[in-house]
Ligand binder design. Structure first.
Ligand code: IP8
Length: 259
């Protein structure tokens, strides 16, 4: 099974509150179906989560009363986003079910406590794809907090031991500088614990869960000697499908783990 994260930047316009990229998501779901590879999907929150989360500093936990309504609104918004993605998967004949992370997990000072995984495992055991996503969830110490899709990727990785992990974004891979603001940025095709230390990369869009650098750290943590973690550009039609089928494509591959 290949574990895929559909990043917030590919499924939404991260600069515009609640802007769903329906055509792109429909195409990506088609590519996943056409690859005929067993997959499991996690997705980010994009502008359905980050815009209000940043405005109300939800990543800092519960510190003032107006955050309560914002926390509830973000949970509503990301569930709507998830429903639209599930709908596209169902349209491609992929049986998928929404698993809001706050309904099965809490966090403890920002770390997911994932000891209730029975429902997720039961769905997978009958061939239904549990789809989990970045959300606001309750936190034992902070009241609530941001549970990112990347954190959930690590939980799903531990649980289902995928053969490969793929992050679908709107860039060709990891660059030595932010390609959106530096036209001379160079694509890094391989990331190891060693060469990550030399990279200084920042996301050009406001994001409460970190930019490209922290995502690559998470990818390295999920890679092993025999499991690659790949960052691929989902805005290029056909590229995700080719990658899933084992063909060589432009991407960044993390391997060897984070030492
Ligand atoms: O889009 C963040 O998840 P991500 C979740 O995977 C919220 O970073 C609600 C901002």
């Amino acid at each position: 099974m290949i574990l895929i994260k559909l990043g917030g930047s590919i499924i939404t316009d991260k600069t515009q509150y609640r802007t769903f990229r329906k055509d792109t998501v429909a195409r990506l779901c088609r590519e996943i179906g056409d690859s005929e590879v067993g997959t499991m999907i996690v997705h980010g929150a994009g502008s359905f989560g980050h815009v209000l989360a940043k405005k109300y500093s939800l990543q800092n936990g519960f510190t003032y009363y107006d955050q309560v309504a914002a926390a509830a609104r973000v949970q509503y918004d990301v569930r709507e986003l998830d429903s639209m993605i599930i709908n596209e998967l169902l349209n491609e004949g992929i049986p998928a079910v929404s698993v809001p992370p706050g309904s099965c997990f809490v966090m403890d000072d920002g770390k997911i406590v994932a000891n209730d995984t029975e429902a997720i495992e039961a769905l997978a055991s009958v061939g239904i794809m549990p789809v989990i996503f970045g959300d606001v969830i309750m936190d034992r110490k902070k009241g609530f907090g941001i549970c990112s899709g990347d954190q959930l990727m690590e939980v799903m990785c531990d649980l289902f031991k995928p053969t490969a992990v793929v992050f679908v974004s709107d860039i060709d891979g990891l660059y030595d500088k932010d390609p959106k603001t530096h036209p001379d940025a160079k694509l890094i095709t391989e990331v190891t614990a060693e060469n990550l230390k030399k990279i200084d990369s920042e996301s050009s869009v406001d994001d409460v869960t970190g930019g490209v650098y922290s995502k690559m750290e998470a990818m390295l943590r999920m890679s092993t000697a025999d499991r690659e973690c790949i960052l691929v550009n989902g805005s290029v039609p056909g590229r995700l499908c080719s990658l899933l089928k084992g063909e060589k494509v432009t991407c960044t591959t993390a391997r060897g783990g984070l030492k």
